[in-house]
Design a protein around this ligand. Structure first.
Ligand code: C2E
Ligand code: MG
Ligand code: MG
Length: 552
């Protein structure tokens, strides 16, 4: 037989291309390419033990399988591909005559050796390609799958008709940038890995956790495991080589229902829910509710009508007095925004979170500052009693490099002495843009405009935030004020410590949300001398506030 080398090469290429795709026992693909090869070599049987490259353990997964060919092939000629060497990453194969008399000619044996090399090479290529494919799907730092796998997994469960037994969650680790900053990147990675592994271990049923990127993750879990997931994501201590860090997450959950048609529906729901939890509800977690769509529509409406509303001056400044507990004397006020829309008053919680989704909040804050400055200037000109007024500034301003100039520009344009103004910034701003926060607090301090940490205790209480910046005031959040003066709770102890710390650091300390005389007395006894709350006065329109001040 004349040996047709070109045809041999074509057949070998076909064979090796197909061989790498072998996934299941008796893969029809391999048959398609082996038949002509065997016919060419006049081989009657071909025994294959291939699967090392596809198996994670690199051990053959299946029994050898044989192909028999009738007709042109010689019944006595057979080949066997056998896994003989495994060097840690790549399986090599020897191709052996498997039965019958070894009537191979020298030339045929040469061909067999060539075949052997091809298969070995192919096995290597197949393994490397599979590895590369896997690597593209896997996050190497955490050793978990990336987002595309999540869709794949949902698709698979969906195809099995079991998706309605599952729930899904999108979660974001809270303030992980601080963990990165505090520890080395490597330690922070270890902490993150440990937290994710812990979650994986805690959940008993079927699950799939994937990294979306950074500190964002998605997870599919069985409905029965929901409580475990919620509890875990609310916070867990990660202990690692003597380090102990409490890691928690903000999460958006969705219980999968029949109307989920495709994997991206699940993703849409959970990403929408986490966004609502974070920006609108300001809660550590939320559950998907079809009403969210309605809510989103309303939010869109607010965004759309905002420019016109601000032009029409529909936003009004309400003032809430701040008092000295000892004698109830008004020592300051906080400017709080109210939206008067079609004759009714819309409270800030209904529109501020919406405006915070864009830079509209910055427009509103500057509008409030303008109006407050305008009022103060008028009071001064009218010879009225004037006390310091604080204005809330959203964290959204922190990206504005001209922020300090903008604030001082407004104050100075109205000719208001700086000591009459205070800027309140919420504590939660801290973890995001420490440097920008530092610039603005320092700048205001140098310009004699006071600054206050608002809602202290609800966000991330970093000592760095308190000690490194020259804040004038610390506003203790109302959640720390005991409802009952007989309450000897943990929160009361914390309250006492916050007050002591604030006094020691030379900051003015004021308690928010004081509603009863008992609370005021307790605060005074703890050496917190200033308060703001319904017990003294609710936020009120400018005219009422002016009357209140006159009665002092
Ligand atoms: P905040 O700055 O912490 O303001 C204090 C909130 O506590 C006000 O809610 C006030 O009405 C309420 N409050 C005062 N005393 C008591 C009390 O004794 N008991 C209770 N339960 N609540 C009390 P308000 O006016 O609804 O404002 C809510 C939040 O909206 C503010 O919290 C602030 O974060 C934001 N906000 C209000 N106006 C503005 C603004 O002009 N700009 C920005 N960026 N945020 C604003
Ligand atoms: Mg405030
Ligand atoms: Mg507050």
């Amino acid at each position: 037989m004349d040996f047709d080398y070109a045809r041999y090469v074509t057949l070998m290429n076909e064979f090796s291309n197909t061989c790498g795709k072998i996934r299941t026992f008796r893969d029809p693909e391999i048959k398609r390419s082996i038949v002509p090869l065997c016919e060419f070599l006049r081989i009657a049987a071909f025994e294959v033990t291939v699967d090392s490259a596809n198996s994670s353990s690199h051990k053959p997964l299946m029994q050898p399988f044989f192909y028999y060919f009738k007709g042109t092939a010689d019944r006595k000629r057979a080949l066997k591909i056998d896994e003989t060497i495994y060097d840690g990453s790549v399986a090599h194969y020897n191709i052996l005559p498997s039965f019958g008399e070894p009537d191979w000619s020298e030339q045929e044996l040469e061909q067999i050796r060539a075949l052997e090399k091809q298969v070995a090479m192919h096995s290597e290529r197949g393994y490397i390609m599979k590895l590369a494919e896997e690597k593209g799907r896997i996050d190497e730092t955490l050793e978990i799958y990336l987002l595309p796998y999540f869709f794949e997994y949902i698709g698979r469960v969906m195809a099995e008709g079991k998706l309605d037994k599952y729930g899904a969650v999108y979660f974001n680790l809270k303030r992980f940038s601080l963990v990165n900053e505090y520890f080395s990147r490597r330690v922070a990675d270890d902490i993150m890995r440990s937290y994710i592994r812990g979650l994986e271990r805690s959940v008993k049923g079927d699950k799939c956790i994937c990294r979306v990127g950074g500190d964002n993750f998605v997870m599919l879990y069985e409905k029965a495991d929901l409580d475990t997931v919620v509890e875990y994501l609310l916070g867990k201590k990660v202990k690692l080589n003597g380090i102990e860090v409490n890691v928690s997450a903000t999460a958006g959950y969705c219980t999968i229902t029949e109307d989920v048609r495709k994997p991206t529906d699940v993703m849409d729901r959970i990403s929408e829910t986490i966004q609502m939890a974070r920006t609108v509800y300001k809660k550590p977690y939320a559950f998907y509710d079809p009403k969210m769509a309605e809510q989103k529509k309303r939010m869109k409406e607010i965004e759309n009508i905002f420019p016109e509303a601000i032009k029409n001056e529909e936003f009004k400044v309400y003032y809430q007095p701040k008092v000295r507990i000892e004698d109830g004397k008004i020592i300051g006020a906080e400017a709080l925004c109210r939206w008067v829309r079609n004759g009714s008053i819309v409270p800030p919680m209904q529109f501020i979170p919406v405006l915070e989704r864009s830079s509209s909040i910055c427009v509103l804050d500057f509008y409030m500052l303008e109006h407050v400055c305008c009022d103060i200037r008028r009071w001064l000109d009218e010879g009225r009693k004037v006390v310091k007024v604080s204005v809330n500034l959203s964290r959204m301003h922190l990206g504005n490099e001209m922020l300090l100039e903008n604030i001082l520009g407004i104050i100075d344009r109205h000719g208001v002495p700086h000591e009459y103004l205070e800027i309140e910034l919420t504590e939660t701003s801290a973890d995001v843009d420490f440097d920008e926060l530092k610039n603005i607090v320092n700048g205001l301090h140098e310009s004699n405009v006071s600054t206050a940490v608002d809602d202290f205790g609800t966000g991330f209480s970093s000592l760095k935030l308190i000690t490194e910046l020259p804040w004038g005031v610390l506003k203790i959040d109302k959640s720390f004020i005991p409802e009952d003066s007989n309450e000897h709770s943990k929160r009361e102890k914390i309250l006492r410590h916050i007050i002591t710390m604030s006094n020691d650091l030379g900051m003015e300390c004021i308690a928010e949300g004081v509603e009863t005389l008992d609370q005021a007395r307790l605060l005074h006894q703890m050496e917190c001398y200033l308060a703001q709350g319904f017990y003294y006065a609710k936020p009120m329109p400018c005219e009422d506030y002016e009357k209140n001040l006159m009665c002092e």
